[in-house]
Design a protein around this ligand. Structure first.
Ligand code: THU
Length: 141
């Protein structure tokens, strides 16, 4: 991805953040997931009084996209309200691993459209678990 595309995706993540529902943590997260065909799915974190039903912004974006038939992803941009880079939690990394592969999926952690870091999925989830019997056909090699 070139810098201009990354900037666009980060701006989409900031748009997504506006809908963050975080009355408990007050930590507002937005994500923007880019498909191989160039579509963008936005997601925000959605908290719950019972805490454990809380959904992270990244998973919201993934579940929205997959539920619309998307399975081919290029990158995700993530922004948060804390002033620092928001690195995806372990559960979200595993969800990314379900549909994306090391070397093929970029994770952009952004403080602003100009201040960001780019990681590959393999860097953030090395030695990932892949169940051979459950691997969907489109991901088997
Ligand atoms: N959160 C995300 O949405 N994404 C992350 O990568 C880290 C954490 C949310 C979950 C919860 O609503 C709040 O941030 C505090 O953990």
């Amino acid at each position: 991805m070139d810098k201009a595309d990354i900037t666009v995706l980060i701006r989409e993540a900031f748009e997504a953040q506006k809908y963050s529902y975080a009355p408990y943590s007050h930590f507002f997260v937005g994500a923007a997931l880019l498909t191989a065909e160039g579509r963008v799915y936005r997601g925000c974190n959605i908290e719950n009084a019972a805490y454990s039903p809380t959904n992270c912004a990244e998973r919201t974006a993934f579940f929205k996209a997959v539920s619309e038939g998307e399975k081919d992803f290029t990158a995700i941009a993530i922004v948060g309200s804390g002033g620092g880079y928001v690195s995806p939690c372990g559960v979200c990394r595993q969800v990314m691993q379900e549909f994306c592969r090391s070397g093929e999926f970029q994770i952009i952690l952004a403080k602003s459209p100009e201040d960001y870091r780019v990681y590959d999925l393999g860097e953030l989830l090395p030695e990932a678990f892949i169940c051979p019997c459950a691997a969907p056909k489109h991901l088997t090699t």
